[in-house]
Design a protein around this ligand. Structure first.
Ligand code: FE
Length: 231
């Protein structure tokens, strides 16, 4: 699905540093104790969590355990496994194209919310870029927690307004003939970009190939690493 902008206000992206940094945000919030610097969303989440906890609907320790699981046990490595397997096993690739959710679930990567995952395949003709213009929907089961920039208004608005400009800031320059398709994630459907397999990786093991698959490559703000860069 190619989307149009939902009218999110446009912000200038001030800084992106490729894979790791990519701080497509105009603010940083790590001020424990000083809540005057919380964004409206952060303040609302805190208020909601306190209220639900006070009323006994949720257990804060359980919430912390869930977050910790996504931070430490589930991460882009799961997605990289999916991508590498699709590169080496044509039958798995066909399954992934036909029924992405089932193929991904077969590897043990299940989402807590039961949303549908659709794998979108990059080629010379088309490059896929994933965003959630409304909030921060993200395929947690295969990519772990979303990076800060993914949740930031600048990325969410500019990915649909100027996808090539955003890609350039992440260091991705595509052939002008390559079409860019932007996918807007929702609560019901999340996307996993399958980047193109880098040249010179014939004979690589699944593990070696997975090492070349970065988180950003699976969001579409990067490409799979060339083999010499990874070694
Ligand atoms: Fe969202």
């Amino acid at each position: 699905m190619v989307v149009s902008n939902r009218g999110v206000p446009s912000y200038r992206c001030i800084n992106t540093q490729g894979e790791g940094g990519g701080t497509m945000t105009s603010h940083g919030h790590d001020h424990d104790g000083d809540h005057s610097h919380l964004t409206e969303t952060e303040a609302r989440v805190r208020a909601l969590e306190s209220l639900l906890s006070a009323k006994g609907y949720i257990d804060s320790a359980a919430v912390d355990r869930i977050i910790q699981t996504y931070e430490t046990k589930i991460g882009p490595r799961n997605g990289a496994h999916v991508v590498a397997k699709s590169w080496v096993e044509p039958e798995f690739e066909a399954w992934l194209r036909r029924d992405s959710s089932a193929a991904i679930h077969s590897l043990g990567y299940h989402s807590r919310q039961g949303e549908h995952i659709e794998a979108v395949f990059n080629s010379d003709e088309v490059h896929h870029l994933v965003v959630c213009t409304l909030c921060s929907c993200y395929p947690w089961s295969v990519l772990g927690l979303p990076p800060t920039w993914y949740k930031s208004p600048p990325f969410r608005s500019r990915a649909v307004i100027d996808p090539r400009g955003v890609l350039a800031e992440f260091g991705v320059t595509l052939d002008p003939a390559t079409r860019v398709e932007v996918h807007d994630s929702t609560a019901e459907i999340r996307y996993l970009v399958i980047p193109q397999r880098p040249a010179g990786t014939e004979g690589y093991s699944l593990e070696q190939l997975a090492d070349l698959v970065t988180r950003n490559a699976m969001i579409g703000t990067g490409l799979a690493r060339a083999p010499q860069v990874a070694s």
